[in-house]
Design a protein around this ligand. Structure first.
Ligand SMILES: CC/C=C\C=C\CC(=O)SCCNC(=O)CCNC(=O)[C@H](O)C(C)(C)COP(=O)(O)OP(=O)(O)OC[C@H]1O[C@@H](n2cnc3c(N)ncnc32)[C@H](O)[C@@H]1OP(=O)(O)O
Length: 729
């Protein structure tokens, strides 16, 4: 294996047009600048430079991809081989003109190499960028010093601190590339190289330039710092990127390089860089799904999808329709009543119109939606997504109808966030074709799709749902069937603890502040107000926790075998549903208002509530808020792993990063637990459980205890501590 890799990884050398040396970066699949490639490039470049017959050099990438940057896997080990900084310096100092022929992508170290070249020719479909910041790093092979010397400081700063990838035409506008072609970029680069032989190169060496600055550069940089602080949600890499770019303004190139290295080393050893790089690979690992039956992404084919249907045109159904159409799949959108159909149609068409403008989609996209009240029209579709209310009997009624109306091999999906997929499948004649697709609102924007299999779901149905996720540019994660699946089952405990904290003495502002300082874009109470408190209220009613269908037994503050907080129910009963009614956990200037302010009524109400129920108020500090909200959620993650509802901690983490805005620089809840240290999570859970024995979800899971007893092994090895089988899946 090593030999095959070694043979495939090289900077291949050939001659073109007599005097042009062509060096092809070859390291499949994306030509990363791994140790082997750097070694080979070092030799090959020297050879080209030394050959008197070679008058110019062109660097390109094999298989239509210039270069995906440094090999991220190498960041975890010790660096060896020639440094990229030195290689790029060799390129820039070469007396022969060097031209980069960029096809596919030039990212990170790949773009840094291209910036070391004297000219850059790109294919029109190529992308360039510095995604290092998204990996917790900065461009550290001179990129943070060369880019600001090449383009405006504003653009360089924006690209380096956000990691935004740009198209070749935009790169041309900014001045990053010299030419864009829709023909073969390599052929064009060879012709170009021939034309510039003998021309002076000094002005093309970026390290010799100074950074062009706006008039009041100091205030510009101060404002940039304030803005990055505000938007980075606690991530340190964007701030380090700014410092590096700042050095390009105030220091010589060599001093700037030193600063860049210093900052890079600091970032590389940070937990945030480890978390972000873990997240990069975790995201890709979700594509490699498996089921307990042994079916996997490798041995299962997806069905082709020519046409789909969406049933129910509420908020979710509308978003799903738009997401499908954006993915190029025509949709028949169905509602039960004319009024709802018309309302749904109006909103969907206007959403498509916006998408059409934003993404410059063709007009045909708007003609891909058909609207009907007639379920019989669904005969012709390959896949149906049901998106009606979260109500089991309604969903069963629809699936029964679908079973007789749709073709026998149509995939039947339910967009549910909590309900039992198998119970829904049980009313159909094709339970193997029933699969859960849990979209997140707004469904045409949010990246996550939980794909849920029941015990009778076929691998083909899962493969088709995963294929569809990819087609919609979403991150699909395959999970088993249980109440709330992975995301909501864990989230329930996070929310529950927040309510308990209010009962015990905290206020919403305090809880939200701690969660926002941790890196969530919004605290739990702001999120609850935004989505509407009645959403959770309805779920509680459906689960028999409150309302007319409340299961007998329990008491006001104890239900379903544990402590229960009725605070949310009380607010809903009074009509305080959040932003839409102008009052919830916070007060808003009017119904539909967006700016949360102090809610005096709630504060008085909480005092009275505590007094009425004899709750001893205590000071709730920041640590307690964070630990009480996060650790029970993490604990449930361990239960979920143990039950094999999620195949790996990576799957859970990706669900949280993409569906619940978990700060990516903390990796996800399971990675965060491994960073905090499993013994600490275990101790704290034990501690809080001792104080609150009536909250059973604080009791540490046996997997967590087992991992700690085994010395807290690295997250990648947790699978070895989980028993293989779960008879319910
Ligand atoms: C002193 C230090 C000097 C220099 C420092 C430089 C810093 C850097 O360069 S950091 C790296 C910057 N580059 C990136 O962040 C690019 C990351 N990759 C991507 O964005 C995408 O993979 C892509 C290149 C746009 C290709 O996308 P796609 O075609 O969709 O394929 P994927 O499924 O994403 O990837 C295929 C396969 O390749 C692996 N991979 C991709 N990039 C890297 C990488 N830079 N390092 C290591 N591995 C990489 C990816 O994990 C996939 O692997 P599988 O095993 O097939 O899942």
């Amino acid at each position: 294996m090593t030999q095959t890799l070694a043979a495939a990884t090289m900077a291949a050398y050939r001659r073109a047009a007599g005097c042009i040396a062509v060096i092809t970066l070859t390291n499949p699949p994306v030509n990363t600048l791994s140790y082997l490639l750097r070694e080979s490039f070092y030799e090959t470049f020297r050879r080209a430079n030394a050959d008197a017959e070679v008058k110019a050099i062109v660097i390109c990438g094999a298989d239509g991809k210039f270069c995906g940057g440094a090999d991220i896997k190498e960041f975890a080990g010790k660096f060896s081989g020639p440094s990229l900084v030195a290689l790029i310096d060799d390129v820039e100092q070469s007396k022969k003109p060097v031209v980069a022929a960029i096809e596919g992508m030039a990212l990170g170290g790949g773009l840094e190499l291209a910036l070391g070249c004297h000219y850059r020719i790109a294919h029109t479909k190529a992308q360039v960028g510095f995604p290092e910041v998204t990996l917790g790093l900065l461009p550290a092979a001179g990129g943070s010093q060369r880019l600001p010397r090449l383009i405006t400081l504003t653009s360089a700063l924006e690209l380096i601190t956000t990691g935004r990838r740009i198209s070749a035409p935009e790169a041309l506008k900014l001045g990053i590339v010299d030419k864009v072609t829709d023909k073969n970029a390599l052929d064009m680069a060879i012709d170009f190289a021939r034309d510039i032989i003998g021309k002076p190169l000094e002005s093309r060496r970026l390290s010799l330039r100074t950074t062009p600055c706006p008039p009041d550069v100091e205030s510009f940089l101060d404002e940039a710092l304030a803005s990055i602080r505000k938007h980075s949600r606690g991530a340190i890499a964007p701030l380090a990127c700014l410092q590096a770019v700042r050095a390009s303004v105030y220091s010589t190139f060599d001093e700037g390089l030193k600063k860049e290295q210093e900052l890079f080393k600091m970032l590389l050893t940070s937990g945030q860089a480890r978390a972000l790089q873990y997240s990069f690979f975790a995201q890709r690992a979700t594509k490699k799904w498996s089921m307990p039956s042994g079916a996997t992404w490798k041995n299962t084919s997806a069905r082709p999808l020519r046409k789909a249907a969406v049933i129910g045109l509420g908020t979710m159904g509308r978003g799903i329709t738009v997401a499908l159409i954006k993915a190029g799949i025509p949709v028949i959108a169905v509602e039960m009543g004319l009024k709802q159909l018309e309302a749904g149609k109006t909103v969907i068409m206007s959403m498509l119109e916006k998408e059409f403008k934003k993404k410059q989609l063709t007009k045909a996209y708007r003609e891909m939606a058909a609207f009907t009240l007639d379920l019989a029209k669904l005969q012709e579709v390959d896949l149906v997504v049901e998106a009606v209310f979260e109500n089991m009997s309604l969903k069963k009624q629809i699936f029964q109808q679908l079973s007789s109306l749709c073709s026998a091999d149509a995939i039947l999906c339910t967009n549910t966030s909590t309900l039992d997929i198998d119970e829904i499948a049980s009313v159909t004649t094709t339970p193997h074709l029933v699969v859960g697709m849990h979209f997140f609102a707004p469904a045409h924007v949010m990246k996550l799709l939980e794909v849920i299999y029941g015990p009778r779901t076929s691998p083909t149905a899962v493969a088709t749902a995963m294929q569809l996720a990819q087609q919609m540019e979403k991150v699909g994660v395959v999970v088993g069937n249980c109440n709330g699946f992975v995301g909501n089952r864990m989230f329930k405990l996070y929310a529950e603890q927040a309510y308990f904290l209010l009962e015990e003495g905290a206020i919403p502002e305090q809880v939200d502040q701690v969660l926002e300082d941790f890196g969530f874009p919004m605290g739990i109470f702001k999120v609850s107000d935004l989505s509407g408190l009645d959403i959770e209220w309805k779920i509680r009613q459906e689960q028999g926790l409150t309302g007319p269908k409340q299961i007998p037994g329990g008491s006001f503050r104890h239900r379903a075998g544990g402590r229960y907080s009725p605070l949310l129910d009380i607010l809903c009963e009074r009509g305080y549903l959040g932003q839409k009614t102008g009052q919830g956990w916070y007060l808003y200037e009017k119904p539909g208002g967006r700016v949360p302010t102090f809610n005096l009524w709630l504060h008085k109400f909480l005092e009275e509530y505590r007094e009425l129920h004899g709750i001893q108020k205590h000071y709730v500090g920041q640590d307690e808020i964070l630990e009480r909200c996060l650790y029970p959620l993490i604990n449930m993650g361990f239960h979920i792993l143990e039950e094999r509802i999620a195949a790996s901690p990576e799957d859970i983490d990706i669900i949280y990063v993409f569906g619940y805005s978990w700060p990516r620089h903390w990796g996800g809840p399971m990675f965060y637990a491994s960073m905090v240290g499993l013994p600490r999570v275990l101790d704290k859970l034990n501690y809080y459980h001792e104080i609150h024995p009536d909250i059973p979800t604080l009791e540490p899971s046996s997997l967590l205890k087992k991992l700690v007893a085994n010395g807290s092994p690295p997250i990648g090895t947790w699978g070895a501590f989980i028993k293989e089988h779960n008879s319910k899946l």
